[in-house]
Structure formats: C-alpha cells, structure tokens
Design a protein around this ligand. Structure first.
Ligand code: FES
Ligand code: ZN
Ligand code: ZN
Length: 330
C-alpha cells in the first residue's frame, strides 16, 4: 500500500476516496477535508472566536489540533461529568493536549456548577445517564460560550456519529430531530428579535467529512495522547449498534456513509427544516436561559426541571448510587 501523493509507505487507506496516505499526507488530507467542510457550510471565519467542546477523546482533540493548524482562534472547553476515573483521565488528556499546543482550556464541572455528577443525576431522576448527560452538556456548552464571549461552539461529531444519528432518527421517524440534523445550527435570539444578542450560540460540526477511523488515525499520527476508553455509562447505547450496522455495510460498499449523510443534506433535509425555523426561543422563567416555547405562558427549561427534580429527590432522602450497567443488546 503506497501513499497516493508521494508513493512512500502508506499508514492508512481510505477506500471511499480510493486512496491511501503516509503519515504527513494523511494529516494534510484530513485538514483539507475539514477546511472543505468549513467553507462548504460557511461555518466560521478567521475572525471568529471558537469554543471547542473538548472531551479528551480522539475526535475533539484531533479537531482542536486541526483548527489550530489551520490558524483559527480555538479555545477548548472541558466539562467534568464526575464519572469517576474516566472523568479524571479524560480531563488530563484535554489538559495535556492544551499544554502541548500552548492553547487555552476552560474547565468547569457539573458538581461545582450544579451540585451533582452524571451518575448521581441518573440515579436521582431515574433516567438513563446519557439523557441527563446530553441535556447538561448542551446547557453548559451554550452557557460557557455566551458567558466567555465566543462566536461559535464547535463539536467533534464525525461522519459516523452523524450517520448513526440520522439512521436512528429515520428508524423512529423522529421528525423534530431530522429538522435539527445539520452541520450548522444558526444562532438564535430570544423571541426572534433581530438585533438582540444571541441566546443560543451558533453550533458547527467541522468533522462531518471525516470518518471515525480517520480521526483516530489523524490523532495517532499527530501524536495526540487521547483517552481511548469509552464512557462506562454508554453500555447499551443504541447509537453504537447503529454505527456497527452501518460500518458493516460500508465495508462491502465503501462510500455508503458519505452517500447516506450528504444525500440527506442535499435531497431530504429541506423537507424537515421548518421544524427548526418555526420554533420561537424564549427565556426560561427560572434561569433565563433560552428554551423553545412549547405553549405555556410561563415556561421553565428542561434543564431547570431536571435539576429541580434531582435536588428535590435528594432532599427527600433518595441516595444516589451508581446506576446498574445495562447489558448491551446484540
Ligand atoms: Fe455522557 Fe457518558 S459521556 S453519559
Ligand atoms: Zn505521502
Ligand atoms: Zn432554566
């Protein structure tokens, strides 16, 4: 296997591009794919201040590295979820990366900000950990971006992530979610009032042209010491099942993932886009954060409702224990 560019020994082949690359040319190739996504979807410019959600995993650290290499003003944001040793190791990976690149990293923790960890929240509310985790991440990422004056929130969702989400949304005909599945979610202002500051920061996914295996190869070649282990709370997560199923098809038919995702964006996404545009964003009457108006005159956001439930249960004496791990269904 030879590098497509220099004919030296290749370290990875990318069958959907019918190409293989040596280390240095793999870095070039992936950076070009990211630069192309940024341009194609008009994600941001060099004057924008970017906040990168850095989990310590391969995707977010590879993306942060690429943005720095492309000359963007990119600061990392690590949110500690309080998931035991997993959280301390992932935090260290994010901190070590920031130190190695001379980049700035903002660190916050759910425990300090709200008085609970993800495992405690799951136990107190009786909901699966990933649901409370996702809700808290979305809330905290947006809050941090606005408080710290960033223009854009950047996340490391790769092609596999987007295809698995799309697959799940289609399987369940989750129309609302299909309307929100885009590489760019524009900023939103309260009540739709143009000219007022954003309440929901612009969100972008520059890795949509990069598959999971490619971002892992990038991280290895770039010498990024990322956390390899997965979150111990995601056992049984259907997203994994979808990823495996689509990867199986991709192996015998390279290009399937790309075709499914970009075909959706080109030919079908506009049918669902109204779902997103019609929703009016209003201020939560409890915390002031943006929430989508669903009808009540006095809306409280889902984050505040969940947090109130957790604290209420704790006041009632419910003891948080580590939630039982679900068996992965096969
Ligand atoms: Fe959210 Fe594991 S990262 S539950
Ligand atoms: Zn080469
Ligand atoms: Zn609220």
């Amino acid at each position: 296997m030879r590098c497509k560019v220099c004919l030296e020994h290749a370290v990875v082949d990318i069958r959907r591009h019918n190409a293989a690359f040596c280390g240095p040319h793999l870095l070039d190739h992936i950076r070009n794919q990211v630069a192309r996504a940024i341009k194609e979807f008009k994600m941001f410019g060099h004057d924008d201040r970017l906040l990168v959600a850095a989990s310590g995993g391969k995707d977010s650290l590879a993306l942060w590295d690429i943005l720095l290499a492309l000359g963007y003003d990119a600061t990392g944001f690590y949110l500690s979820l309080g998931i035991g040793g997993y959280s301390s190791r992932s935090r260290k990976a994010a901190e070590d990366f920031a130190a190695s690149r001379g980049a700035k990293l903002i660190v916050r923790s759910l425990e300090d900000e709200h008085g609970y960890t993800v495992p405690e929240l799951a136990q107190l509310t009786g909901r699966v950990p990933c649901s409370g985790c996702g809700l808290n991440k979305r809330y905290e990422f947006n809050r941090a971006a606005l408080e710290e004056g960033f223009d854009v929130l950047v996340t490391g969702h790769n092609l596999d992530d987007e295809v698995a989400t799309l697959f799940g949304n289609v399987l369940h005909w989750n129309i609302d979610m299909l309307g929100r599945q885009a590489p760019v979610l524009e900023e939103r202002v309260l009540g739709g009032d143009a000219g007022t500051p954003p309440a929901l920061v612009r969100k972008v996914k520059p890795l949509v042209r990069v598959a999971e295996r490619e971002s892992a190869a990038y991280a290895l070649v770039a010498g990024i010491d990322y956390i390899v282990e997965e979150c111990p709370m995601v056992d049984g997560n259907t997203q994994h099942l979808y990823k495996e199923a689509i990867t199986l098809i991709e192996e015998s038919s390279p290009g399937t993932k790309h075709q499914m995702y970009f075909g959706f964006l080109k030919r079908a996404a506009h049918h669902f886009a109204d779902q997103q545009d019609d929703a009016v964003v209003v201020a939560c009457t409890n915390c002031g954060a943006p929430t989508v108006a669903g009808g009540p005159a006095d809306p409280v956001c889902s984050f505040c409702k969940t947090k109130a439930l957790a604290h209420h249960r704790r006041d009632q004496g419910v003891t948080p224990r580590r939630p039982a791990r679900r068996r992965r269904s096969r």
